[in-house]
Design a protein around this ligand. Structure first.
Ligand code: PGA
Length: 258
């Protein structure tokens, strides 16, 4: 693989506080010296505990989102300043934030910029809906979403961003709710397109440095299919990442490809 692979575990709102701590503790215990970068992303109240659990391990922590403004009268929201002592990364533009919280491409771009300004690495999710996919609009949607993020940034910021291609229709809606899966080759084509868009915005130098992940119902059984495609640098894993043994199995599958 050209770049060091990355696995991001997005725990969404699946676990209680107690469960999150138990999962994290048992997960870090199982890790050896893995040739894979690993990030776990619990809910906000767990960030401080995760930072402690991951200290001295190779695992880093991400917030699942941030508000697009530094501060203000936004009850229930969380600012970058409130998370930045605990995390090195933040997920922005996840389809569940776009769908349930009205995050537009514009807002995702603002969040990306704010994260970078605060020294946090954004993991920017992009992806088309099922209808967009069926109507053949995928390329256009991805182009819009990626370009909107890059257009406002300095080239120096490019290598600090990770993109995750997550077709909305491939993301599981919860345990036991299986989603459709794209063909691995289809994923590789879109990830290649994302690289071309990056190159169009900033040149090849940046394109080669930035990691682009796949996300959508990834498990230990399926991860290899996607990550063995050229240009796919790892995975953003939701449901399957909440079980420590499964998460370790995903990481080991990817490690075999290094
Ligand atoms: P999933 O979630 O692996 O449960 O489909 C992926 C994601 O939403 O990031």
């Amino acid at each position: 693989m050209e770049r060091k692979p990355l696995i991001v575990a997005n725990w969404k709102m699946y676990l209680s506080a107690k469960e999150s701590i138990l999962v994290a503790q048992s997960f870090v215990k199982m890790l050896r010296d893995e040739p894979v970068d690993i990030i776990i992303s619990p809910s906000y109240p767990l960030l401080s505990a995760m930072k402690e659990i991951c200290e001295g391990t190779s695992v880093e922590v991400a917030a699942q989102d941030i508000h697009f403004l530094e501060s203000g009268a936004y009850t229930g929201d969380v600012s970058v300043g409130e998370v930045k002592d605990f995390v090195r990364h933040v997920i922005v533009g996840h389809s569940e934030r776009r769908k349930y919280h009205g995050d537009t491409d514009e807002i995702v771009a603002l969040k990306t910029k704010l994260a970078l300004k605060n020294g946090i690495h954004p993991i920017v999710c992009v992806g088309e809906s099922f209808e967009e996919h069926e109507s053949g609009a995928t390329i256009e949607i991805i182009r819009e979403q990626v370009n909107r993020v890059l257009v406002d940034l300095s080239l120096l910021d490019f290598p600090r961003i990770t993109f995750a291609y997550e077709p909305v229709w491939a993301i599981s809606a919860g345990p036991g709710l299986e989603a459709k899966q794209p063909e691995a080759q289809e994923v590789a084509e879109i990830i290649n397109l994302i690289r071309k868009i990056i190159s169009g915005a900033g040149g090849n130098k940046y394109m080669d440095k930035m990691r682009v992940l796949y996300g959508g119902s990834v498990t230990a059984k399926t991860v290899k299919t996607f990550v063995s495609e050229p240009g796919v640098d790892g995975a953003l894993v939701g449901g399957a990442s909440t079980k420590p043994a499964e998460l370790v199995a995903i990481i080991r599958e990817v490690a075999l490809l290094v």
